[in-house]
Design a protein around this ligand. Structure first.
Ligand code: UD1
Ligand code: CA
Length: 452
């Protein structure tokens, strides 16, 4: 049977105390809804329906690249009502899988087992055993067979003692889902249409309820407030760190690394404590990333050493480059093989050629630096005239003396030298020494000012 997925995401999540719909709150850098969407895609279906209620504009904006049907549930009248907004659009002979946008850590392996249990004669239900089942729907069994789910608020004292509870996640053939949903009413304590009433209807129709359990409890934990979100965040981070280590990279402390997006990292690389990775980051083999680095949307090739407290955004770094400590690489930075960017160096929209170095206290903006260039401490490219940005070109083999200002647009000639402390406003000749500073003079017998 083909698979269709319905993701319920209409709840506002008042306990988040946020203008954002609950499912847009981020876990490991992605909205909770995106995690559930990704797990659905992993199951190999392209028929995914998201039932939303609040903040549709946020959802559509952020999730515009999701391949899904968006279904509006205007009023939240209960989980059965929510499912019913989407289920009539699903082919009768498909399996319908119900997921929740605020249950973000569900694993596709768990869902695979659940789906495999669905036949024309069975309904598949994910349950867990809880020491403290308070609040959850209880799984009622007779002769060991599931006969109903009773919501906590409807349960008798005896039923409240049942520790097997409903996770809400279930799979069923779509034709039966629609048939049973049509029969569900809201005659209950909460005046809601309960999806859980479906179980009793299925049993009365001669269906067997097959239950399965997730490997980990956190897979079925829902997020209602920011405290629960932060707990699941740490669980997810531990998972991501373990995945990296399984691939052959080392992490100094899995509890002190944050991957907010997608990190790919090669073997024998090492991540020290308190590093943050955002967006899509790709790191090669044998790379060392020192403590406290923040790296987003960047590529770092093999053998690089990123020293502590460097901040790297939208940069491309080739093999064997050394960066930091305390370096800032801004968007459009390209560092070629064996180059070096040292402490307190800021680089923006700039290419640094093979073997070139800017080791200390420098700003390079809108600059094209050739190979084997040495940029002395305190060099500044003056790329901005207050209105427009201009380009600096530094040709191969040039040597820029310390504390120089290169006023763009300007080109520094090949193998040329700029004397320390120069302000360069015109292009310089290849191979020559150019300097612009007053000749040194000595005033003998100079008397220091005296206090009046
Ligand atoms: C539900 C189950 C309960 C189960 C528990 C697990 C029902 C009636 N009860 O209870 O058996 O133990 O989940 O967490 O299904 N939603 C909508 N539209 C609605 C109502 C809900 O989209 O009209 C979404 C919510 O955003 C939420 C999810 O469905 O993500 C669950 O709804 P909620 O009202 O929280 O159900 P519970 O009372 O937790
Ligand atoms: Ca809930």
């Amino acid at each position: 049977m083909k698979l269709s997925v319905i993701i319920l995401a209409a709840g506002q999540g008042t306990r988040m105390k946020s203008v954002l719909p609950k499912v847009m709150h981020k876990l490991a850098g992605k909205p909770m809804l995106e995690h559930v969407y990704n797990r659905s895609v992993e199951l190999g279906t392209d028929d995914i329906h998201i039932v939303y209620g609040h903040g549709g504009e946020h959802l559509h904006d952020y999730c515009s690249d999701f391949n899904v049907e968006w279904v509006l549930q205007d009023e939240q009248l209960g989980t059965a009502h929510a499912v019913q907004q989407a289920s009539p659009h699903i082919d009768d002979d498909h399996i319908a899988l119900i997921l929740y946008g605020d249950v973000p850590l569900i694993k596709s392996s768990t869902l695979r087992t659940l789906i495999d249990n669905v036949t024309a004669d069975t309904v598949s239900l994910l349950t867990v055993d809880l020491q403290d089942p308070g609040g959850y729907g209880r799984i009622v069994r007779e002769d060991n067979e599931v006969i109903a789910i009773v919501e906590h608020k409807e349960a008798t004292e005896l039923q409240k003692k049942i520790t097997e509870v409903n996770t809400g996640i279930l799979a069923i053939q779509a034709s039966f889902l629609n048939e049973y949903l049509n029969k569900i009413d809201n005659n209950n304590v909460q005046g809601e249409y309960y999806l859980t009433d479906l179980i009793e209807l299925a049993v009365k129709d001669g269906k067997k309820i097959l239950t399965s359990q997730p490997e980990n409890m956190y897979e079925v934990e829902g997020v209602n407030d920011r405290n629960q979100l932060s707990r699941l965040e740490r669980i997810k981070q531990q998972d991501l760190a373990e995945a990296i280590m399984a691939e052959g990279a080392s992490v100094a402390d899995p509890a002190r690394v944050d991957i907010r997006g997608d990190l790919v990292i090669g073997n024998d690389s090492f991540i020290d404590i308190n590093c943050i990775f955002e967006g899509k980051v790709s790191v090669g083999k044998n790379v060392t990333i020192g403590a406290g680095c923040v790296i987003s949307d960047s590529t770092i090739a093999d053998g690089c050493v990123i020293k502590p407290y460097s901040v790297i955004e939208k940069a491309i770094i080739d093999n064997n480059v050394e960066v930091g400590p305390f370096a800032r690489l801004r968007p459009g930075t390209r560092l070629k093989q064996n180059s070096k960017v040292g402490n307190f160096v800021e680089v923006k929209n700039t290419q640094l050629g093979e073997g070139s170095k800017a080791s200390h206290l420098t700003y390079l903006g809108d600059t094209d630096v050739g190979s084997k260039v040495n940029i002395g401490a305190g060099t500044i490219t003056c790329n901005y005239d207050g209105a427009n940005k201009h380009k600096t070109i530094i040709k191969d083999g040039a040597f820029i003396g310390s504390d120089s200002q290169l006023v763009a647009p300007v080109t520094i000639g090949e193998n040329s030298t700029i004397g320390a402390g120069s302000t360069i406003t015109r292009d310089t000749e290849d191979g020559a020494l150019t300097l612009s500073r007053a000749a040194q003079k000595t005033i003998k017998g100079w008397e220091k000012p005296k206090k009046k």
